[in-house]
Design a binder for this molecule. Structure first.
Ligand code: NCD
Ligand code: ZN
Length: 350
């Protein structure tokens, strides 16, 4: 296949940051996606509907002139989130979900939940008004091996949570293991996002000839058997699995450091990365539903009507792109890609 035209996709898990950083990265996402679920882990986090409204306005103001993009907002769940805030969120129309981070699990998660049981009243309210819960599904228990934290989260927290709130709609974000895939398939009202890096790489990528900080994200890349399980899930045609890049920009010096930040940057070329992953198992025909149908279906939003085109052609990912005072090293920097998205504006003119 030489060209692939599909319905314009959406990104159901994205970090846009704020201020100058937001202005630097937003055009990349706008070029590829019509909408995105925007993560709330700013400093300080987006905790209230008022915070989300203000952040949404800043995102809208940063959209390049003449382009369309709809940010779908989320609230950051804390020990102190109230059921009243959930009612307000549902009424707002623009808050689409609430994100759970275990305290200390990842970038800017200091305000995260210290004990998931503290949120039971909030989960009850979410189940009642049907507002989805998005989970960073890892335990933070230092006694649990880094590579087992997702599996432990399922057993310790997710299974009990779903027993208590069977109708609460949950997205298990950025799943990384076969255990998570199996759980999602077995559970009602549970879907999952999958990132490009977890479809394309296993944990060897982090240690290829030396330490490779740009392959470090959370949850960390896993063994090859898990990558294959994710690829199978993404290309299976199951509506429970959909696209979420988890593109998470960090300045170059924040990644290339004695204590480097977690996050891969893929907003520049996300669809190309996914196309390559799907093509690797001869499943390009499954890409459109994964990227453009199952996400809106889960969120009960209309599917997009515009289209995008990907062309089979080789190009080299830039070594870095400008980012505030620093730069940003995209996933696969300096290496070749085999698909390239046609510029939507050029396509229209042509
Ligand atoms: C994310 C970030 O940098 O905000 N990092 C990451 O490795 N995925 C946080 C997150 O989603 O865990
Ligand atoms: Zn994330």
């Amino acid at each position: 296949m030489q060209t692939l035209t599909i319905t314009r996709p959406d990104d159901w898990h994205l970090h846009l940051r704020d201020g100058e950083a937001l202005k630097a990265v937003l055009p990349h996402t706008v070029r590829q996606f019509a909408r995105a679920i925007v993560m709330p882990n700013l400093k300080p986090p987006v905790r209230t509907v008022a915070d989300a409204a203000a952040y949404r306005d800043r995102i809208l103001a940063a959209i390049p002139a003449g382009q369309r993009f709809e940010p779908l907002m989320t609230l950051y769940l804390t020990d102190n989130t109230t059921p009243q805030e959930i009612t307000r969120a549902k009424e707002s129309q623009f808050v689409k979900a609430v994100k759970y981070y275990p305290a200390g699990a990842t970038t800017n998660s200091d305000f995260g939940v210290t004990d998931i049981r503290k949120c039971n009243r909030v989960f009850e309210a979410m189940q009642e008004v049907d507002l989805p819960l998005l989970l960073h599904g890892e335990v933070t228990d230092q006694g649990v091996d880094m590579f087992d934290r997702e599996k432990a989260f399922i057993e310790r927290h997710l299974i009990p949570l779903k027993e208590q709130f069977p109708n609460l709609r949950v997205v298990f974000e950025h799943v990384t293991t076969s255990d998570a895939v199996q759980y999602v398939l077995s559970a009602n009202n549970v879907a999952a996002t999958i990132t490009p890096q977890h479809l394309l790489y296993n944990r060897n990528a982090i240690f290829q000839g030396g330490i490779r900080p740009h392959f470090y994200c959370l949850p960390v890349l896993k063994r090859e058997e898990h990558r294959l399980a994710l690829l199978q899930a993404a290309t299976s045609g199951s509506p429970k699995f959909f696209l979420g890049t988890d593109s998470a920009p960090h300045p170059r010096d924040g990644k290339e450091s004695s204590c480097g930040c977690a996050g891969c940057y893929s907003a520049l070329h996300a669809m190309e990365l996914y196309a390559e992953a799907f093509e690797s198992v001869d499943a390009l025909d499954k890409l459109e539903a994964f990227a453009s149908f199952y996400g809106p279906d889960f969120y009960q939003l209309p599917r997009n009507t515009e289209q995008i085109t990907l062309n089979k052609t080789t190009w080299r990912v830039p070594d870095e792109v400008p980012f505030t005072e620093s730069s940003l090293v995209p996933l696969r920097a300096g290496q070749e890609m085999t698909w390239q998205m046609a510029d939507a504006n050029l396509a229209k003119e042509g």
